[in-house]
Write a protein that binds this ligand. Sequence first.
Ligand code: 4AD
Ligand code: MG
Length: 504
Amino acid sequence: MYIRDIAQYEGKEIELKGWVANRRDSKGLVFINLRDGSGLVQCIADQSKLSETEFNNAGKLGLESAISVKGIVVKDERQIGGFELQVLSLHVYQFAEEYPIAKKEHGIDFLMDQRHLWLRSQRQWAIMRIRNTIIYSIHQYFQKEGFVQMDAPIFTGNACEGTSNLFETDFYGDPAYLSQSGQLYGEAMAMAFGKIYTFGPTFRAEKSKTRRHLSEFWMIEPEIAFCDIHQNMDIIESFLQFVIKQVLENCQAELKLIDRDTAILESSLEAFPRLTYDEAVAIIKGEKDVNGQNSIKSLEDELAAVNEQIIALESEITEREEKIAVPGMKKGEINFNQTKIVQLKQALKDAEETQRNIPQWLASAKNFEYGNDLGGSDETVITRLFDKPIMVYDWPHEVKAFYLKRNPEHPRFARGVDVLAPEGYGEIVGGGERETDEQMLRSKITEHDLPMEAFEWYLDLRKYGSVPHAGFGLGLERLVTWMCKLKHVRESIPFPRMYGRLLP
Ligand code: 4AD
Ligand code: MG
């Protein structure tokens, strides 16, 4: 029996097994918040209904102690989940040692060091369940559309996305690289099966700490034969909207738990704006408005607003701190103010971060040089103006991968497409139409300084039944991060691997 099914057992006796998420004692009663991985329920241990040993044990339970309880399910609207358990018997598997993660605020480094335990907390529980729904709906979408799931190798002999961030390893005495992308293999598999998708771990040595980069992440890479850039964008849009819809339908409780405002997810069910690189650059530089909003002007306005907000927050914090310092205030009132102060300080920290960031975003937008790739700040600037993901296509070919096809009418542009998530999040998908011309590919491989012999098998695909084809790669953690509105990608994966983090 699991807590998620508790409504089925109203009035009946059930047994639950789980961990103590909270304990509160009052005269003759012990209130235990029990979590079993599927949900959370309050269990009431009443001295008059338990043996003396059982009741004493209940009062000794520390956080994360493991127990099983038998009891009657009673409806109580005020409780989380709408039910509580009136305990009839209690068994202790283990009295936990003092749990390192307390209710008070902890710093992020401490929590990351405790990741193996932190995963048990409610917020992490909600995020991982949303991640699970996203993974499930990704498979649902492609399976219903007739794609075959196939796996690309992880040990590879060639780079796919440039040589700067390869992880090299030893393969029986020869160098091999951990896969940066399954795409090149995906193309071979698409020529065998029509449309396929891979779903696997991907590795990139990113020697800098950013809120968007992991060294190990999961990528979903569909590849479709007989598909051009525009059809590719249709598929990306319908795919992402399917996933968003599933999350909205199945994860309302989780989204609420993490305080995710779902308006942006709802508006993302409308068509995604499709912009050329040229249009995107004009928007970033403030030469073109979006829905009456100008990138530069809106950032300047926001900076002014945040400056005022900081002054207001600081004075409210001081006011409350002075108030509780005065003797004679009731305990309840002191607690209330202390909680408020913690919240205000967090809001102040966030505001100060925005205050530091905006000038950097402004500088990068104003100084953006046409022809460059979009950087993290540029993506932030443009996506803050939209309430849904946008697709940017037709990029200067010099800044994109060797395998992208050129726009036949404007060969300066490669037919790549990036999907940028709104609210400042930026790139979640990279993809495009593939070059089919063997000679063009050979010259690109040389231009990128890649070893031709490692790509001969790939070039074979252009000799035997070469067809227009396209595909894309979705970064799973980037999608989770945006959909859950996380501050940093490290919270979107159970055990992140990134620069400076290999444990736990
Ligand atoms: O844009 P990228 O590099 O594209 C490719 O690898 C193509 N071969 C995909 C294809 O067309 N089949 O990476 C695709 C996506 C990015 O948009 C981003 O979401 C994610 O992978 N990604 C990362 N996620 C987390 N940490 C990193 N270091 C990432 N690098 C890329
Ligand atoms: Mg990319």
